[in-house]
Write a protein that binds this ligand. Structure first.
Ligand code: NAD
Ligand code: MG
Length: 395
C-alpha cells in the first residue's frame, strides 16, 4: 500500500489505546491515526490530537465535545469533533478506514466493533466483552462483512500465532487437541477464602504483571477476566468448552499454548507488554517493531504452572457454566459483572460478593436464544436491572 493505513482507535485514551498509539508513532509512514475516540476525558484526547492529527476525534458527551472542538480550533488544529455513540460506529465503518482497534471497555464497545466487522475492516479486537455478549452475531458479521479479525487479548493473540492458519475449518481437522489458556492468577492467587472477603479495591487494582484499565484489573483479580477469555476463545477459535483448559502461570511469560494430537505443545512467549500483540495485529502478516524489550530467559529463570481453584474464584466456574448454557447467558453474566465490579470499586460490596451478585442475576433473568442484537441488548438491560435490585436489597 502506498499511502499510510488509516487506523481508527476506539477508546484511544485507555491503556490499549495509548499502547496502540505508541506503536503507530514508531511507524509514521505506515500508519496514520484516522479517528481517535474517548468517553468524556478530553485533556488526553486533545493531547493525542495535537500529536497525531487525526481526521476525527469522537467524544461521547456533547458538552465535552464542544469544549474539545473549541480548544482544537484555538490551537489551529483541523481535527473535526463528532459526538455520541453513533459517531463511534461511523468512524469504525468509514470507507477510508483500513483497520479498527476496538479498545473501548465493556458493553459500550459492542456496536462500534460490530460496525467495523460489517464494513469488512481489519478488526483488532481488544474489547472481549463484544464476543462474550454476542459471539455468534459478531462472528457472523465478520464472515458476512469479509472482515479480518485479529485478537489483541494477549492470550488469544498468542493462540492465533501458534494455531495453523486453516483453524477455521475446525480444530479437530487441524490436529488441535486443546487450548491451554494461561492466567497470572492475579494478586490474590495465594489468598485464603477469609482474606478474599476483606480485599480492598486498592489491593485488587494492584496487578502483579500487567498495567491495565480498572475494570479488567478487577476482573483479573476475581479470575472473571479468564472466564471472559474462555468464552472469547470459544468464539474466536471454534473451541468447545471441553477443549479449553485454564493454566495458572504466575510469571505471565507464556501468553498461552496450543496442544496438538501428536503431543506437541506450541507456545508464544514474551514480556508482558500489550504492544507485542498490538504490533502483531497492526503489521500482520508482517512483523514490525513494537518497542517491547527482548525476553531475558536467564533473568526469568523459571516458569511455574498450577491448576486454578474455582472454589476460591467462583467467577471462572460461572463463565464455563454460561458458555455451556449458551444463548443470552454470557451476556447476562457480562452485564452483571460490570455492575458488580463498579459496585466493588465504589466499596458498596465485598470482593466475594461479585460472584454472588452475578449468580443472583443469572437466576433471575430468563435466558433466550440469540437471533438478533435486540436479544443481547435485552439480556444486558435485564441483567443490569436485576443486579441493581440485588444491590438495593443488600444496602
Ligand atoms: P481503559 O479503561 O484503560 O480504557 C477504556 C477506553 O474506553 C477509554 O478510552 C475510555 O474513554 C473509553 N470508554 C469507556 N467507556 C466508554 C463508553 N461508554 N463509550 C465510549 N468510550 C468509552 O481500558 P483498557 O484496559 O484499555 O481495556 C480496553 C478493552 O481492552 C477492554 O475490553 C479490556 O478487557 C480489553 N483488554 C485490555 C487489556 C489491557 O492490557 N489493558 C488486555 C486485554 C484486553
Ligand atoms: Mg488477556
Amino acid at each position: 500500500m502506498s499511502r499510510p493505513q488509516n487506523i481508527t482507535i476506539l477508546g484511544s485514551t485507555g491503556t490499549i489505546g495509548v499502547n496502540t498509539l505508541d506503536v503507530i508513532a514508531r511507524h509514521p509512514g505506515r500508519f496514520r491515526a484516522y479517528a481517535l475516540t474517548a468517553n468524556s476525558r478530553i485533556e488526553p484526547l486533545l493531547e493525542q490530537c495535537r500529536q497525531f492529527r487525526p481526521v476525527y476525534a469522537v467524544v461521547l458527551d456533547a458538552d465535552a465535545a464542544a469544549i474539545l472542538s473549541r480548544q482544537l480550533r484555538q490551537q489551529g488544529l483541523e481535527t473535526e469533533v463528532l459526538c455520541g455513540a453513533e459517531a463511534l460506529e461511523r468512524v469504525a465503518a468509514a470507507s477510508e478506514v483500513d483497520a479498527v482497534m476496538a479498545a473501548i471497555v465493556g458493553a459500550a464497545g459492542l456496536r462500534p466493533a460490530l460496525a467495523a466487522a460489517r464494513a469488512g475492516k481489519r478488526v483488532m479486537l481488544a474489547n472481549k466483552e463484544t464476543l462474550v455478549m454476542s459471539g455468534s452475531l459478531f462472528m457472523e458479521a465478520v464472515r458476512e462483512g469479509g472482515a479480518t479479525l485479529l485478537p489483541i487479548d494477549s492470550e488469544h493473540n498468542a493462540i492465533f500465532q501458534v494455531m495453523p492458519t486453516q483453524f477455521g475449518h475446525g480444530l479437530e481437522r487441524v490436529g488441535v487437541s486443546k487450548i491451554l489458556l494461561t492466567a497470572s492468577g492475579g494478586p490474590f492467587r495465594k489468598a485464603s477464602a477469609q482474606e478474599l472477603a476483606e480485599v480492598t479495591p486498592r489491593q485488587a487494582l494492584n496487578h502483579p504483571n500487567w498495567v491495565m484499565g480498572p475494570k479488567i484489573t478487577v476482573d483479573s483479580a476475581t479470575l472473571m477476566n479468564k472466564g471472559l477469555e474462555v468464552i472469547e476463545a470459544h468464539w474466536l477459535f471454534g473451541a468447545d468448552p471441553g477443549l479449553i483448559e485454564v493454566v495458572i502461570h504466575p510469571q505471565s511469560v507464556i501468553h498461552s499454548m496450543v496442544q496438538y494430537i501428536d503431543g506437541s505443545v506450541l507456545a508464544q512467549l514474551g514480556n508482558p507488554d500489550m504492544r507485542t500483540p498490538i504490533a502483531y495485529a497492526l503489521g500482520y502478516p508482517e512483523r514490525i517493531e513494537s518497542g517491547v524489550g527482548m525476553l531475558d530467559l536467564f533473568k526469568i529463570a523459571r516458569l511455574d504452572f498450577e491448576a486454578p481453584d474455582t472454589a476460591r474464584f467462583p467467577c471462572l466456574g460461572l463463565a464455563f457454566e454460561v458458555l455451556r448454557r449458551g444463548g443470552t447467558a454470557p451476556a447476562v453474566l457480562n452485564a452483571a459483572n460490570e455492575v458488580a465490579v463498579e459496585a466493588f470499586l465504589q466499596e458498596k460490596i465485598r470482593f466475594t460478593d461479585i460472584p454472588r451478585l452475578i449468580e443472583a442475576a443469572l437466576e433471575q433473568v430468563s435466558i433466550v436464544d440469540v437471533q438478533v442484537l435486540a436479544d443481547v441488548v435485552g439480556a444486558d438491560e435485564a441483567a443490569r436491572a436485576a443486579a441493581k435490585s440485588w444491590l438495593e436489597r443488600k444496602a
